[in-house]
Design a protein around this ligand. Sequence first.
Ligand code: SAH
Length: 223
Amino acid sequence: RSGRSAALRARMEERLLGARFRYLNQQLYTGSSRDAARLFRADPAAFHLYHRGFERQVQRWPERPVQRIVRYLRRRPASLVVADFGCGDCTLAASVKNQVHCFDLVPLSPRVTVCDMAKVPLAAESVDVAVFCLALMGTNLQEILGEANRVLKLGGTLMVAEVASRFEDTRAFLKAMTQLGFRTVSKDLSSSYFYLLEFAKTGPARPGAAPGLRLRPCLYKRR
Ligand code: SAH
């Protein structure tokens, strides 16, 4: 009897966690990166809850996108300096020999520099590779990618892994990226879960709106 009520309670707790995760996730995708920073600063427990939910989601996928980025970096010189925007638990930094600057809103690991990814504490043109692995969450995409452009050296690499269903119009997105100073080097759209896009910095971002730069929020269904 007490076994049954414990099981029931565990199930209720799971449901509550799931509901809070979906709510937090929705807030992250429908507000600016600054709103996200404010949210987690005010409630660090929410951040840990969010991450537990995130882990559970990606475990359902056949492959973790961050592993693709790890493989990519291992094929390139270890001397390249990397910036990981929205690094989460720093799996990337822990898996490669490169120097990796890790940025996130709350530290899941001591490697993390806590900041809003729209404004990272790096000098202009100081990194060779900028990474956004499932991390393009805020609505101020242009500002966030502009920050990546600022810190990247000319010719440097921008890697983006994003949930496939977020792309409304991939061609318009890639076109907008040219306006932000990025040329498409390769795109792997073969996974039904996520796209892997590689860009090279061609120059500074050109001013003005980039209307094609839109991604749908990634909202999870209740299971
Ligand atoms: N790149 C990691 C984590 C992806 S989850 C991986 O692939 O495993 C997305 C991460 O982006 C979360 O850790 C979240 O806290 C972070 N994030 C979201 N908005 C951010 C912001 N404005 N500034 C910095 N990090 C942010």
